[in-house]
Design a protein around this ligand. Structure first.
Ligand code: 6A9
Length: 783
């Protein structure tokens, strides 16, 4: 690799942070705010895991042994294959309190989390975990003697040596399990307290591979069991152990508390007092208070009094609980793909992004326990209403990931633990790939919050400061889209990077749009115009224009935003490019052939013959509107661009409410039944994803627009109102029913098959928007 190589220079830019003041350096994110968010359940990929918001933290977590068909399995990382009946936070305030229900085969338990700062605590305070175990079946664990085994570990990512001392002090009931010292919090201790006798054992390990803890404990248990016949940790520790695992074995029912206290090496540490406060009766009282507080805030915040009956209420609560309980802190470096044909001297095909922290919600704790850019905008619509400071902290982290070119990697795989959950082919991020700028939906909410005086004076100041600092970052982000995703004609856009050489895909995917296999022009080229991107650009331009107004920016860039938001919302122009007068629907434009199909072909490679699915195009592709009716068609409607009095609006309402196109009893389909690619596989291995099933983020946007048009005067007001009511109750009913039947919220819902949940579960990312549907809270549409 030579210095002067222009490709190399471009690459260096890709991994260069935007040289602007960091969001997270804002005063509002320092001091008490930062300390109050130090410890938390920030390891969403494990059933219960606690860490601090620091790159190399003391981490802790829970494992237990589950039995299936007479075989033992160690539960730790959230895995679909564990087949738990349910798990997830029922309550969680995103800060210092949570209540999770876990139901395994034959028994269930509650994990409660509580954090507090008391006199004597070090930075970030102390915390406690309570485990409350119940029998759910009488034949439980008959294979054995009815004993259940739990494992609670602490591990120091900095590698500091930990001590283990199973000693009961005279002055207190709790047992000291482990202790250590760190720079951030000084001395710390972990204590166990229970009314009932618990059988405890331990093991200590020295390792830096935190993503292998399951294997470590499993291996040790198996090894020891072979030698002694006992399912027990060996009560030994390796030299300089930085991981201590405590095994807690008991019969059901049982209840025990684990208390973590910091600053124990300081004068006036009041350790006994703090342990007592975080265990037993005192902990019970605190948890009850916190639960009440959560309930009250939940009802008030989402306006739920008299809104819905009790079943949906509980589901809404589980939705926000798990969304907040699923917020994670990640630290590491994204891997950025090198251009075709390039490799580093060491053979790597990637270059590393700068080491960065991300505080973010996650779409799914088992399948996708990491940050996704466009998912996050939807998550923040909910979190922003719950706790605006928490939300700004999360958005701030995301905006600090922007590089000098204005790009933000779409999927954030930071650190070894996150990496261990991702198949190799999905790891690399491409600096040419975008993803919808949904964060503008939230920013617009913040702006409106200021305009409508929803915030206190202090909050107004903080939100304004936040937007002020964000402005340059958002501006660069916007310019990235505006320059790299623009189309041939003025003010047109398309998602760049679709594969126009593939012969295997029925319709080349558009992962960047977030709608993956949603059908677009069959033959990608630079003459495409993507309707959804055009609408996202309008949202972004409009929002930038409003921020510029609020901040009183009056330069030429601000004028550009003003002009651009006018141009992109120009109804006539939109219709010229995207409206199909025949059907009254909006479509993408591009080089397209409807007559395509996948056929088996024989391919000879050297000495063997293989069969392969290959695409055949049976007509000459032409530049035209791409007649696939579905979510993309509804974007102008979702964004409120269509004037309320226009017959075009009537047409959209017809398409939405028509059963032979988009309407089902469970929500609006992603793709119309009339589309030639409806429910078609894209390749041999790619089943239909955005080609029929019901997705909740888009349904929420559709519902928002229906709500909007049911408020605006016009000839279609009552029609909009009727459809709004029907769609809202269909969505809520189906999501709630599925939750009660399966124990989970799902990634998608089947448009047939009784609206059954499909894909990843639990999916408490944007499916949690069901709560805002119950609350009838929608993002303000422009206009
Ligand atoms: C696969 C496989 C254990 C796909 O919710 C996250 C994203 C959305 O942003 C996108 O719009 N999901 C949607 O079409 C999931 C993407 C998962 C990609 C990585 C790894 C792991 O299997």
């Amino acid at each position: 690799t030579r210095q002067e190589d222009p490709t190399l220079r471009r690459l260096k830019r890709v991994v260069t942070p935007l040289p602007a003041p960091k969001m997270m350096d804002l005063p509002q994110f320092q001091g008490e705010h930062k300390e109050s968010l130090y410890w938390g359940t920030y390891r969403p990929h494990v059933y219960l895991g606690i860490r601090a918001r620091t790159p190399r933290s003391l981490i802790s977590g829970l494992m237990w042994i589950g039995i299936k068909n007479g075989q033992y399995f160690l539960r730790h990382v959230c895995q679909d294959s564990d087949e738990l009946s349910t798990y997830g936070w029922r309550d969680h305030n995103g800060r210092d309190y949570g209540h999770q229900l876990i139901v395994d085969q034959g028994f269930s338990f509650i994990t409660s989390f509580l954090k507090e700062k008391k006199e004597g605590s070090a930075y970030g305070g102390d915390w406690a975990v309570r485990l409350d175990l119940q029998n759910t079946r009488s034949d439980l664990h008959k294979a054995e003697d009815g004993t259940v085994h739990f494992f609670f570990y602490v591990a120091d990512e900095e590698g500091n040596t930990l001590g283990v001392q199973r000693q009961k002090f005279e002055s207190r009931d709790a047992t000291l399990l482990a202790f250590g010292t760190r720079n951030d919090i000084g001395g710390w201790e972990l204590h166990l307290d229970s009314q009932k006798h618990l059988d405890t054992h331990f093991a200590g390990f020295k390792t830096i591979h935190m993503h292998n803890l399951t294997e470590l404990v499993q291996g040790t248990l198996a090894f020891h069991a072979r030698r002694t016949g006992q399912l027990q940790l060996p009560d030994t520790i390796e030299d300089s152990s930085n991981v201590i695992v405590t095994q807690i074995s008991t019969t059901l029912p049982a209840k025990f508390d684990i208390a973590f206290i910091s600053g124990t090496n300081m004068k006036g540490a009041r350790a006994d007092e703090r342990i007592n406060g975080l265990t037993g009766a005192m902990l019970s009282t605190r948890l009850e208070e916190k639960q009440k507080e959560f309930e009250d805030k939940y009802i008030k915040c989402f306006n739920l009094k008299d809104k819905t009956d009790s079943d949906p209420m509980l589901v809404g609560r589980a939705a926000i609980g798990n969304l907040l309980g699923g917020v994670g802190y990640f630290y590491g470096q994204s891997k950025i793909a090198l251009p075709e044909g390039f490799t580093q001297e060491n053979g790597d095909k990637f270059i590393s992004y700068w080491p960065a922290a991300l505080f973010t919600a996650v779409p799914s704790r088992s399948f996708f326990p990491r940050g996704f850019l466009w998912d996050e905008g939807f998550h923040q619509l909910i979190i922003g209403r719950w706790d605006v400071h928490l939300s700004m902290d999360i958005i701030g982290h995301w905006l600090d990931l922007i590089n000098i070119d204005g790009w933000i990697p779409r999927e954030q795989i930071l650190g070894a633990e996150a990496l261990s959950k991702v198949p190799a082919e999905f790891v690399l991020q491409y600096p040419t790939n975008g993803n919808p700028p949904t964060l503008f939906l939230v920013l617009r909410d913040l702006l409106n919050g200021i305009k409508m005086r929803k915030f206190s004076a202090q909050e107004t100041k903080e939100v304004t400061d936040f937007l002020n600092r964000a402005y340059i970052r958002l501006n660069t982000w916007f310019q990235w889209f505006n320059s790299t995703q623009s189309g041939k004609d003025g003010h047109t856009f398309y998602w760049h990077g679709r594969d126009n050489t593939t012969t295997k895909e029925l319709n080349p995917k558009t992962l960047t749009s977030g709608l993956d296999d949603y059908p677009r022009a069959s033959h990608p080229n630079d003459e495409e115009h993507h309707l959804d991107l055009r609408c996202w650009m309008l949202l972004a331009a409009d929002c930038m224009n409003s921020i510029a107004e609020l901040l009183k920016v009056e330069d030429s860039v601000a004028e550009d935003y003003h002009r651009m938001s006018k141009q992109l919302s120009d109804f006539r122009k939109l219709n010229q490019i995207h409206l199909d007068n025949g059907s009254g629907a909006y479509f993408d434009f591009g080089l397209h052939a409807e007559k395509v199909r996948l056929r088996w072909h024989q391919v000879k490679s050297q000495d063997n013959v293989q069969k392969e699915l290959v695409r055949e195009t049976l007509e000459t592709p032409q530049l035209k509107l791409v007649p696939h009716l579905g979510y993309v068609s509804l974007f102008p409607f979702m964004m409120g661009i269509i004037p309320p009095e226009s017959p075009v609006l009537q047409k959209q309402l017809e398409l939405i409410s028509n059963r032979s196109t988009l309407w089902t009893d469970y929500g609006v389909r992603s793709l119309s039944r009339t589309s030639s690619l409806y429910m078609k596989r894209n390749t041999e291995h790619d089943p239909p994803y955005w080609r029929g099933p019901i997705w909740i983020n888009m349904n929420y946007m559709i519902l928002s627009a229906l709500h909007h048009y049911s408020q605006e005067d016009g000839p279609y007001k009552t029609t909009a109102e009727k459809i709004y009511g029907d769609l809202r109750s269909n969505l809520i009913r189906n999501i709630v029913r599925n939750y009660y039947e399966t124990g989970f919220l799902w990634e998608q819902y089947d448009q047939k098959n009784k609206g059954k949940g499909k894909g990843a579960r639990p999916f408490t990312g944007w499916t949690s928007l069901v709560l805002l549907m119950m609350a009838e809270t929608y993002p303000s549409l422009r206009r």
